[in-house]
Design a protein around this ligand. Structure first.
Ligand code: ZN
Length: 259
């Protein structure tokens, strides 16, 4: 009975990963599970700099750390760029999410892998570097990727983040750091089906009990989540509070490299 249930979850998980473009040939980093503290990686995508700045003001007392994956960097205002520098100064990680937020699978299918890198990665890195941001990791727009893209982009970044979905049992989830350079975050925007704080806490408890690092992702951090791609402050506060109460360490994606 138990075995068939496990199999069912695994099969379901495989289907979910296939949907999100699963599979990779990435190499493992040297990681020793005994040596790092259990923790949580909070990541946010797109260009919601003003909202993330507000989140920092609210969540700073928890000692939180986040990784912000930026797209459309050249369209940010000087004030937003200053806020991004402020976030970096406060210990957060600034990373990449595509120059124009093109879907990597679709774009590379019509323009080739080099075409994708030349249009979406090189100009983003250059524009951000010019302003002092040395981006070391990347999140796929729409979570869309394939093994060829993974191989290509691992030549450009230390870590690449995809996405995963669904309320799988913790032991069957894909949203834990497994010592690999392609990582998967679980969505915490409130329009996702798996948006469920007790469930998120059960994943955090599992991380604590099994010495793992949970990876989550959201988009716009807001007071009232009434549109798509919004993570409510209330949820973030509860997640941060639970992390602190249970001794989970906040990691940035960049910090995984040091483990
Ligand atoms: Zn995005």
């Amino acid at each position: 009975m138990f075995r068939s249930k496990t199999f069912l979850f695994s099969a379901l998980g495989a289907a979910i990963m296939a949907f999100s473009g699963f599979k990779t040939t990435e190499t493992k980093t040297s990681v020793n599970k005994e040596k790092y503290a259990p923790g949580i990686v909070l990541t946010f995508d797109d260009d919601y700099v003003d909202d993330w700045y507000n989140a920092e003001k609210l969540l700073h007392p928890y000692g939180w750390k986040a990784t912000f994956f930026i797209c459309k960097y050249t369209q940010l205002t000087p004030e937003q760029k200053r806020k991004l520098h402020y976030l970096e100064k406060m210990g957060h990680d600034i990373a990449g999410h595509g120059f124009n937020h093109e879907n990597a699978v679709k774009f590379s299918a019509s323009h080739g892998l080099d075409g994708y890198v030349n249009s979406e990665i090189i100009p983003l890195k250059a524009a951000m570097k010019k302003d002092g941001f040395n981006i070391k990791s990347f999140a796929y727009p729409d979570g869309a990727h394939n093994p060829a893209l993974d191989d290509k982009l691992l030549g450009q970044f230390d870590f690449i983040r995809g996405t995963t979905y669904g309320e799988l049992a913790p032991e069957n989830q894909f949203c834990y750091y497994e010592g690999k350079r392609v990582i998967y975050g679980l969505g915490i925007d409130d329009d996702y089906k798996q948006f469920n704080l007790p469930y998120f806490k059960s994943l955090m408890l599992y991380a604590k009990q099994h010495n793992k690092i949970l990876i989550l992702y959201g988009h716009k951090t807001v007071d009232n989540a009434d549109e798509k791609l919004e993570t409510p402050f209330e949820a973030l506060q509860q997640i941060c509070e639970y992390a602190v109460d249970n001794g989970l360490k906040f990691y940035t994606v960049d910090e995984l490299k040091k483990l």
